[in-house]
Design a protein around this ligand. Structure first.
Ligand SMILES: [Zn+2]
Length: 385
């Protein structure tokens, strides 16, 4: 197998198998060939952990991808038209003989700008910084002794707008430091690390994540006393009835309870923290937004909340945080693990971020862009990043 492809599969599988690094199969990876002509990159539609020699990647001509970012005409197009145009240009740039129509990662333009081996993830420990008011200040403090500090990218919508903003900031960084950034923190999104080879990129990733994790606020450990089985059954039944009423689907409901969930549901500001809405585009794209806060588990009230979401142009959520009881997931077998990942992840990030000056969620305008962008995406899939 091509050494570049082997490296890509290795870094993808290792990172993809760690749920703390990739919520619900998010994230993407790439490795460029040593002649600088080609880039192997994760394909949309395959999770990092499932990539193998036969599927889950595409090989692109690098100069063609870089040409996309330089094309000023694209910025003037509507989101829908631009998505189509970029997709067809990326597919034309593919030179792997793969008959599949799988598109290269939606962040291919951004990967093309960076060093040889690129890993992009949405780790929870990074979420605490990129979604909080003091996150940028904390990151600056954490890396202040570094000769080449991380580059902080203020929020930009996924895909083309993010690549354009990043290309400007990377060029400024290069002017100032004489090289491209090896670490980038993306507000309301995640992290990119890049190095000249796969082992260095993996080492850098672990080093950065350890540093971020060691600086996190310590959460109190509660003496856990899970709710009575009767109460859990009662709430499960209420949620199942509400979901059936609001969506017409009878779905299995599962109950999740741990220290973070217990801390969250007993906070006096829990409802307020959830009402701030989704923290990052992936939370909207994969699980239809933030879990619903349930003060009293009445089927009619929950159903009415879900119907309101639909009236507002959103899809109904599948996760419910019930005051004093715990987290409930109403989803089929295939979707339940994804919903669980996001619901437990967003709860933890909200707890951490509230110690870093408070949450910075997506604004309404940013949410609307993600909705339009997702609808405009030519190939909507659960793992489209
Ligand atoms: Zn991402």
């Amino acid at each position: 197998m091509d050494k570049t492809l082997a490296d890509l599969i290795k870094i993808s599988n290792i990172t993809g198998r760690n749920p703390a690094l990739t919520q619900a199969a998010g994230g993407n990876t790439s490795v460029k060939t040593s002649d600088g002509k080609f880039m192997f990159i994760k394909a949309s539609g395959t999770a990092l952990k499932d990539m193998n020699a036969k599927r889950g990647w595409r090989k692109l001509r690098l100069n063609k991808v870089l040409g996309v970012i330089k094309d000023k005409c694209l910025a003037k197009m509507s989101t829908a038209r631009r998505e189509q145009e970029i997709l067809s240009r990326h597919l034309i740039s593919c030179c792997d003989g793969i008959a599949s129509t799988a598109r290269p990662s939606v962040e291919a333009n951004l990967h093309a700008l960076l060093d040889k081996c690129v890993i992009h993830l949405h780790p929870l420990v990074v979420g605490a910084y990129v979604n909080s008011k003091k996150g940028h200040v904390e990151i600056t403090k954490l890396f202040k002794s570094e000769k080449y500090p991380p580059l902080w990218i203020p929020y930009a919508p996924p895909g083309f707008p993010l690549a354009i903003k990043t290309s400007r900031l990377v060029a400024d960084y290069e002017k100032r430091y004489g090289k491209k950034p090896a670490i980038m923190f993306l507000a309301k999104h995640g992290i990119f690390v890049t190095a000249q080879n796969a082992p260095d990129a993996m080492r850098l990733l672990h080093n950065v994540l350890n540093r971020c994790e060691n600086n996190l606020p310590r959460l109190k450990t509660l003496c856990l006393k899970p709710p009575a089985a009767k109460k859990i059954l009662e709430v499960k039944s209420a949620i199942q009835k509400a979901v059936l009423n609001a969506t017409g689907h009878r779905l299995p409901v599962t109950f999740i309870y741990n220290n973070e969930i217990a801390l969250f549901i007993n906070r006096p500001d829990a409802a307020k923290l959830l009402a701030m809405g989704p923290l990052e585009p992936a939370e909207m794209v994969y699980v239809n937004g933030t879990p619903m806060w349930v003060e009293t588990p009445s089927p009619a009230k929950i159903a009415s909340g879900m119907k309101k979401m639909v009236r507002q142009g959103n899809k109904p959520v599948s996760a419910f945080l019930v005051k004093g009881v715990g987290l409930f997931i109403a989803a089929d077998k295939k979707d339940a693990p994804i919903v669980k990942d996001f619901a437990t992840g967003t709860t933890l990030v909200r707890l951490w971020a509230s110690h870093f000056g408070g949450l910075v969620p997506l604004t309404k305008t940013e949410q609307n862009f993600v909705k339009r962008w997702y609808l405009a995406a030519p190939q909507p899939t659960k793992h489209r990043r």
